[in-house]
Design a protein around this ligand. Structure first.
Ligand code: PMP
Length: 387
């Protein structure tokens, strides 16, 4: 059990300290204890726990988002990624007066019934018991990267295509060259809105997220996680035209805690810090991820361990697989228990990953942390492969 945290390190109740790459499922891009963020939240606390109604801080945060994210002009705030996806879909349906939505297999867009399907590429089913089987009736499932299938599917019933622009949840896959451009062309031609779910990639694949990195602008973008630096906030943003249903008030959008002042204060401090030092922070973090990946690969090869890694931006995925995992469909049938076992061996050696092998970097990780992590992998892979 974790007791406290500092920078990129967490300490458990027995006093053991770990290098943390789980980072609260991703939001802690600035680490566990970012000074300016904590100060801003403390100041906001002194103003009272008010919620509801637009604040100056919210307007400031919307401006900061517009400065960072290429397609952002108008932004509205919510509390979780799941909600923000729901709002983006509603905007698309309102704006296009159409109903159906395309989702890609293996992508994750939160746990609402309509989107919580086909989260693993091998199955089109709802992800858990208890979901309304009819909720996803208007969701069409396609394979990511298959532009031919998309073009055959698009018609005048499709309100939106939603995608993780880099498939981090499925294993840190970058889009194939031309795929996002193809999506953009096809959706525009069909009057369908293109939604980028940048809950993970936003501010993690660079200040401009995946759209900044790949140079393709969606109609709507969903943001969360890193935006709040650890406090609960999410956003839907887009061009003035795309956000018309919200801005005009023609479509209802509710939520008691939308844009709550503590999360907004955190978001403002976070984006200010990232924008001020983006030129230094992102290249450094990406170089560290690249070095970590190389270290793991080298150790796996030397120890003949069936382990491969993918990485994109500040995210890295460890797979247990006899061969490299190059595309999303290569993950079908992979041994998830083995990844869990490896992550347990890493914990014993002072390194915390997400149990499914996903690792996030923060600005707080140092070269020494990367060295220690590579050492922990060498030892864990040895134990994993040779007992
Ligand atoms: N979309 C993506 C791409 C995500 O990774 C997540 C969360 N992991 C969500 C949506 C849902 O966000 P939340 O957990 O804040 O509801």
């Amino acid at each position: 059990m974790q007791e406290h945290a500092d920078g990129c390190h967490v300490t458990d109740t027995d006093g053991n300290t770990y290098i943390d790459y789980a980072l609260g499922y991703g939001p802690l891009l600035l680490g566990h204890t970012p000074g300016p963020v904590l100060d801003a939240v403390r100041r906001a606390l002194d103003l009272g726990l008010r919620t509801g109604g637009v604040t100056a801080g919210e307007a400031e945060l919307a401006e900061r988002v517009a400065e960072c994210v290429p397609s952002a002009e108008v932004t509205t705030f919510l509390s979780s990624g799941t909600e923000a996806v729901q709002l983006a879909l509603r905007i698309a349906r309102s704006e296009t007066a159409r109903t159906r939505v395309v989702k890609f297999r293996g992508h994750y867009h939160g746990w609402a019934d309509s989107m919580h399907v086909a989260n693993a590429p091998g199955s089109d089913d709802p992800t858990t018991t208890g979901q309304d089987p009819l909720a996803a009736e208007n969701v069409i499932l396609l394979d990511w990267g298959d532009l031919k299938a998309l073009n055959e599917t698009l018609d005048d019933t499709i309100a939106a295509v939603i995608t993780e622009p880099a498939a981090v949840n499925a294993g840190c896959f970058e889009p194939e060259p031309g795929f996002l451009e193809g999506l953009r062309r096809a959706t525009t031609a069909n009057g369908t809105m293109l939604i980028f779910d940048e809950i993970i990639t936003g501010f993690r694949l660079g200040l401009g997220g995946a759209q900044g990195r790949y140079g393709v602008n969606p109609d709507l973008t969903v943001l969360g996680k890193a935006l709040g630096a650890g406090l609960p906030i999410s956003a839907v943003t887009g061009s003035r035209a795309a956000m018309r249903p919200v801005a005009s008030g023609r479509m209802l959008h509710r939520g008691t805690y939308n844009g709550n002042p503590l999360s907004v204060a955190s978001g403002n401090a976070c984006l200010k810090q990232l924008a001020n030092s983006a030129d230094v922070l992102y290249p450094r973090m990406e170089a560290q991820v690249t070095r970590l990946a190389a270290g793991i690969r080298e150790a796996a090869e030397r120890l003949a361990a069936p382990v491969h890694v993918n990485h994109v931006g500040t995210c890295l995925q460890v797979f247990v697989s006899p061969s490299p995992v190059e595309r999303l469909t290569d993950t079908i049938g992979l041994d998830k228990e083995a990844v869990l076992e490896l992550s347990g061996l890493l914990v014993e050696r002072g390194v915390m990953t997400l149990p499914r092998g996903l690792m996030y970097l923060s600005v707080e990780h140092t070269e020494a942390d990367i060295d220690d992590t590579i050492w922990a992998f060498e030892s864990a892979l040895d134990a994993f492969t040779h007992g």
